[in-house]
Design a protein around this ligand. Structure first.
Ligand code: UT7
Length: 322
């Protein structure tokens, strides 16, 4: 009997039109381009237009992924969206997207794992496909972090951007996702969070802005993303040299470089988009993946190592034969 794998059949992404540069931010908070570039590697980020919603961006990315997979949208039988900024409290953005795509009946749900949301979604979809519960899964990471950022707080507002990325995973007897590794440690939930909750139509117990203890998050991100990547290699009996591309969560160029160094991974094999996209939360990994597929760096047969870390803390990795 042959094994069934979840193979990446197509990728897609979307970035809003509006670009905000570091020079633009200098006009609204006490910061400067040199500090932002040196401490984060970020030069610009895309910001959603007023009225543009997460589902709008997810739809664009999804349509591009479906087109690149060359399948009929009706063949999609599972929709998962990793997002922290859903259009509504409920229902899920995945169900809103389902309506847009005209696909009815298949399961559709959102994942809340903040910046690790896409890796969590990938892992769940992989299990659906391996067990025969789905044949063509749409897995998306989409976030509009600009809506939960305090634009007077220079500690956070320089870091984030908006965007969406998507993959279509299809059942195949050729190797695809080799393994996924998910982790969480809720003891750290206050180090990166939105403190407020809603009661009686109003935000209670704090505000509804993202707050972060930057240095703690930084250290945890480096150690734990490296650990998740090492686990993926160890379980598959592979070494750093066997991997063609490292596709990390695009939080901060210094975090990406520190993880690559820990893994003894050459910088030229690390996909970097943080300079142009900023941190797009759940969208960052699929956006980086799609960017490198479309510019021709990632080719069929390449070994990809994906890794991410986010609020919770949550973190994880995926090893994939593309
Ligand atoms: O998806 C995961 C989410 N988040 C992350 O991955 C972020 C992880 N953390 C980081 O990337 C970094 O910790 C930051 C980029 C947020 C901060 O870099 P840092 O090297 O840890 O700087 P710091 O927080 O230690 O601040 C150094 C100085 C401080 O001034 P003093 O106290 O030394 O006078 C800050 O007030 O830099 C100041 N500072 C800024 N200066 C100019 C903080 N933000 C800014 C800013 N512009 N935007």
């Amino acid at each position: 009997m042959t094994n069934t794998y979840a193979r990446i059949a197509g990728t897609g992404s979307y970035l809003p039109e509006k670009i905000v540069t570091n020079a633009d931010l200098e006009k609204i908070v006490d910061t400067n381009d040199a500090w932002i570039v040196e401490r984060t590697g970020i030069k610009q980020r895309h910001i959603a237009a007023d009225g543009q919603l997460t589902c709008d961006m997810a739809e664009m990315a999804a349509r591009r992924a479906i087109e690149s997979a060359g399948i009929d949208p009706q063949a999609i039988d599972l929709i998962i969206i990793g997002t922290t900024t859903p259009d509504k409290f409920f229902p899920s953005t995945a169900t809103l997207l389902q309506e847009r795509l005209g696909i009815f009946g298949c399961p559709a749900f959102d994942i809340q794992a903040v910046c690790t949301g896409f890796i969590y979604g990938l892992s769940i979809a992989d299990k659906f496909i391996r067990t025969g519960a789905a044949k063509n899964a749409l897995v998306i990471g989409a976030d509009i972090f600009s809506r939960i950022i305090d634009w007077t707080d220079r500690n956070t507002c320089v870091l984030f951007g908006d965007g969406a990325g998507a993959v279509v995973l299809s059942a195949d007897d050729k190797k695809g996702i080799l393994s996924t590794h998910l982790y969480a440690d809720g003891r750290h939930h206050e180090q990166l969070h939105v403190p407020g909750y809603v009661k009686g139509g109003k935000v209670q117990a704090g505000n509804a802005f993202a707050s972060m203890q930057g240095m703690e998050v930084f250290k945890f991100a480096v150690n734990n993303m490296a650990h998740a990547a090492e686990e993926a290699l160890k379980i598959n009996g592979l070494k750093t040299d066997d991997v063609d591309w490292l596709i990390p969560h695009q939080a901060n160029k210094r975090i990406l470089s520190a993880v690559a160094k820990k893994l003894k991974f050459p910088e030229e094999k690390v996909i970097v988009t943080v300079d142009k996209h900023g941190n797009t939360s759940a969208a960052s990994v699929p956006l980086a993946l799609d960017t490198a597929v479309r510019d021709g760096r990632i080719k069929r047969g390449d070994m990809l190592l994906l890794e991410a870390m986010g609020g919770g803390f949550t973190w994880g990795s995926a090893l994939i034969k593309y």
